[in-house]
Design a protein around this ligand. Structure first.
Ligand SMILES: [Mn+2]
Length: 279
């Protein structure tokens, strides 16, 4: 896609799920003429896994921390849980080079300190979804609690819980349970029921099971920020009323998408191709 002219003096690009597609990621940086001294990069989570270049992606983001705002996705948390021994690598995981890297502790320490939700300048960025009952202020409060737990000395209490079922989010949940539920909503939700229970669904949003809708469809459309999210490859890159979806399935042979906050321009590059692409 060609960029409209003139381009803003300083661009803020938000990129969808990179998932270790390092070649596509670096191609996207070139296509957007990204300059870390001038521009900013927002990353919608799932920086790593399934693609072959998770280590290169993590190293670049870590090295350009001043220009990068990245939120955590479910694959990023899976990496942290594997490192702590709470989860095991699955057949299609490609995280071993990160776990074996000499700079692993610097990279994972940086990753563990990423936020779950960022709200800035009329935009809110998170990996997956928001609970129907949350205002944006509620979502920020819930995210800050879970982030504090993950960054602190009790992080293992959260990471250990990632292998099990999360409770449906409710304010009345006890602290760690509530943080587990918060992480589940922010990093795993696609379709949900009206009470905020996650409904397993990986197909397109038009094909949600009975009683389920895309999480944003339960929300008041006059929310005070544009919601930026990934996690839903079959959803693809779309610009809706009050939201922009950014996961265009790079790891599944689709595209890697960047969308510019200043003017809504989008740039896409091919993700994994040929035998590297997942099926
Ligand atoms: Mn995801």
């Amino acid at each position: 896609m060609k960029l409209p002219q003139p381009t803003p003096a300083r661009s803020t690009w938000v990129v969808g799920d990179i998932q270790g597609c390092a070649d596509a990621f670096f191609a996207l940086l070139e296509q957007t003429h990204f300059d870390p001294a001038r521009d900013r990069l927002w990353v919608a989570g799932d920086l790593v896994n399934r693609g072959p270049g998770s280590l290169a992606v993590l190293r670049w983001l870590h090295a350009h921390d001043d220009a990068v705002t990245a939120v955590l996705g479910n694959h990023d948390l899976h990496l942290l849980a594997c490192d702590r021994g709470f989860r095991k690598l699955k057949r299609r995981d490609t995280l071993a080079p990160v776990l074996d890297a000499p700079d692993k502790s610097a990279l994972l320490d940086w990753l563990r300190r990423r936020p779950l939700l960022v709200r800035e300048g009329g935009f809110a960025l998170f990996h997956a979804g928001l609970a129907p009952s949350w205002s944006l202020a509620d979502a920020c409060r819930a995210a800050r609690d879970a982030e504090a737990l993950l960054r602190g000395p009790r992080a293992d209490e959260l990471l250990a819980r990632l292998r099990g079922e999360a409770p449906v989010w409710a304010h009345s949940l006890r602290h760690v349970d509530r943080c587990v539920a918060t992480v589940s909503v922010l990093t795993r939700m696609r379709a949900c029921s009206e009470d905020g229970a996650l409904i397993a669904h990986v197909g397109p949003p038009e094909a949600c099971p009975a009683g389920a809708r895309p999480w944003y469809a339960w929300r008041d459309r006059s929310a005070d920020a544009t919601l930026l999210f990934g996690h839903w490859a079959a959803h693809g890159h779309r610009v809706g009323r009050g939201w922009v979806s950014l996961d265009s399935g790079a790891v599944w042979g689709g595209l890697l998408t960047a969308w510019r906050l200043e003017d809504g321009a989008s740039v896409q590059v091919p993700g994994l191709v040929g035998p590297d692409a997942l099926r």
